[in-house]
Write a protein that binds this ligand. Structure first.
Ligand SMILES: NC(=O)c1ccc[n+]([C@@H]2O[C@H](COP(=O)([O-])OP(=O)(O)OC[C@H]3O[C@@H](n4cnc5c(N)ncnc54)[C@H](O)[C@@H]3O)[C@@H](O)[C@H]2O)c1
Length: 347
């Protein structure tokens, strides 16, 4: 099987989402034509950046949980960046089929499309949650056994397995990234989004899930995308696996206090109690990032610094000073009802 050159078009699934849209912008800036496949269940068309010279961005609205003519978009592409998923961990606990369809099945379908159209490189966005409650922290990539706590985590682990097996069976090259919590001011899910939403509904009282002692590592979206781009340029094993996170972690209590302070310090914080915020939650998470650091990557800020920067962005956006994003061309049909999700939930 001959592999196309890496300067050809890139297919980005979930490219209208929070992380995907930043990746799409970075690829376009590098002069790469980008074909975005997204069902817009949580992604937004307006989130896509404008095309850069040589880097035309085309959006096809497609539900990857069901094989269809969208696979034609893989024809002549040299890379698949598979980011589409239901990124809301709690939603999968309530509706397990969601993660099987949009996580596992969708991954199988895009891998089949990559195989059919001879797309030689596959990049996959996995998650720290595949480690479950890891006994070793910071947790290195070799850690095992991998026993996820959530259906979302189980789907990510299954999808990792599929990507790895396709690489071995069909000669693709694969990059698997296990992200910590990735944040920026545009994200419509995750703890900061949730806390901001709650405060806008009730400025006097902030209810926080769990006892406030859960602590995780937070990474800025631009750092996450920078890490993926660098690793795909510098690591070239048949299957490459990297953690991507900050070197420190931030307790939920600190985040809640910062959010309240950013809103004038008036709200009373009430914790729902318990070691975890919800069924499937992992209370402590810190990834070892030495492997990707050895390639020359380092996050631009600490976990707490990422929180501060994101709170400032969210305040600016809500005050109407956030930087708007340009529209992008699209083709296709409206998203299917089955995989839509409401905004305001998150990991
Ligand atoms: N944000 C984080 O903290 C984090 C952490 C670990 C892993 N990840 C993973 O990174 C990727 C991107 O996450 P994000 O935070 O940008 O979330 P997001 O919800 O903003 O982006 C996911 C995108 O996938 C699309 N999508 C979902 N199901 C689809 C389907 N069946 N067909 C086509 N498109 C579909 C959505 O419309 C959305 O645009 C996801 O795979 C997520 O699981 C995110």
């Amino acid at each position: 099987m001959t592999k196309p050159a890496v300067d050809g078009p890139a297919v980005v699934t979930g490219g209208a989402g929070a992380i995907g849209s930043v990746l799409v912008g970075a690829l376009s800036e590098r002069g790469r034509p980008v074909r975005v496949l997204d069902n817009l269940s949580s992604g937004r068309r307006e989130q896509l950046p404008p095309s850069r010279p040589g880097g035309a961005i085309e959006l096809t609205i497609a539900d990857l949980a069901h094989p269809a003519s969208w696979s034609e978009r893989f024809r002549g592409a040299s890379e698949l960046w598979h980011l589409a998923a239901i990124a809301d961990v709690r939603r999968g606990v309530a509706e397990p089929r969601l993660d099987l369809e949009n996580g596992v099945l969708a991954t199988f379908h895009v891998l089949e499309a990559a195989r059919r159209w001879d797309v030689g490189r596959v990049v996959f966005s996995s998650s720290s949650v595949v480690y479950g409650r890891a006994a070793v922290q910071p947790t290195p990539e070799e850690y095992g056994p991998l026993l996820p706590e959530s259906i979302y985590g189980a789907a990510k682990l299954a999808a990792e397995g599929l990507v790895s097996a396709y690489a071995r069976c069909y000669g693709l090259r694969a990059w698997l990234f296990r992200f910590a919590n990735v944040i920026d001011g545009r994200m419509n899910h995750g703890i900061l989004h949730d806390l901001f939403e709650k405060l806008s509904r009730d400025p006097e009282r902030l209810t926080v899930l769990g006892d406030g002692r859960q602590a995780k590592s937070y990474l800025r979206t631009e750092d996450c995308v920078g890490g993926m781009l660098l690793a795909t340029e510098r690591a070239n094993a048949p299957v490459n696996l990297f953690n991507l996170g900050a070197r420190d972690r931030t307790p939920v209590r600190e985040i809640a206090e910062k959010v309240v302070a950013a809103h004038g310090g008036r709200a009373r914080i009430e914790y729902s109690g318990g070691e975890i915020g919800w069924a499937g939650d992992v209370p402590q998470q810190l990834l070892a990032i030495d492997r990707i650091a050895a390639l020359g990557w380092t996050p631009s800020t600490s976990s707490s610094g990422a929180i501060d920067r994101t709170i400032a962005e969210m305040l600016a956006r809500r005050a109407g000073t956030g930087a708007p994003r340009g529209p992008s061309p699209d083709t296709g049909a409206p998203p299917p009802r089955s995989s839509r999700r409401p905004a305001g939930r998150g990991r």
